[in-house]
Design a protein around this ligand. Sequence first.
Ligand SMILES: [Zn+2]
Length: 272
Amino acid sequence: MPLTDTHCHLEAEALAGDLAQVARHAVKQGVGRLVAVGVSPQAFAAQREAMDAVRAGGLPVLAAFGTHPWWADRVDPETAIEALDGLWSDDTGPEARERPMVAVGEVGLDFAVDIDADRQNALFVAQLDWAGAHGLPLILHERKSADRLLYWLRRHRHVGGVVHGFVGSVQQAEQFIEQGFFIGVGGAVTHPGAHRVRRMLRQLPLEALVLETDAPNQPGHAHRGERNLPGYLPENLDALARLRGVDADELALVLEGNVRRLFGLTEECHGT
Ligand SMILES: [Zn+2]
């Protein structure tokens, strides 16, 4: 069962120059598809170029575009929405053969950084509304902001998505799941010392989990201090399978079913 990496930043500098190689490595490791997530309108063109380079390496890629909360002090909600509108109506990119984007992200709130909370909220809610209007799920960034995110999501009950790289409490995870969200399992699951995260991941329903790397960020235990790669995704699968005491291949089947539900994909839709 080829795995889907539901979260990577392909235009990141740490991956520049050898994306075709990165793609071939991932395919060899059993990764069958990536979801490239956006960070700001200024980087969307570079993201699409990087996606093409990965496709040239033989790995299908689906697109998510959005403005990350770290850009809330530099990108107005209007600019973020104009960029999404532009991509939505652009049918020239290879991803347009299926859909211009399968999700809005990476968006959210980060109250661990010194960026004005009002600006973050305005940027997030504008993109949340846009996602709702276009029937797209969200790829959420959550840091010390679960309660506020849940507040907004409860007012937009028809919008689902995934909380990426979630390392909060079981109770918070359950509230996101109740709102129709999946929980993204990244490299944290491989760290033997990450007791709280591992305890949370032991308790959540498998039907609510999807895999991700967040490459080139957040490397797993075996790659501490290195850049993270989509090809390391199976290490997260194996760690989760051991944690849950289940067979990795059977777990992969469940998790890939979750990916299809999350992004509304059909069996044939493997990206371009
Ligand atoms: Zn990310």
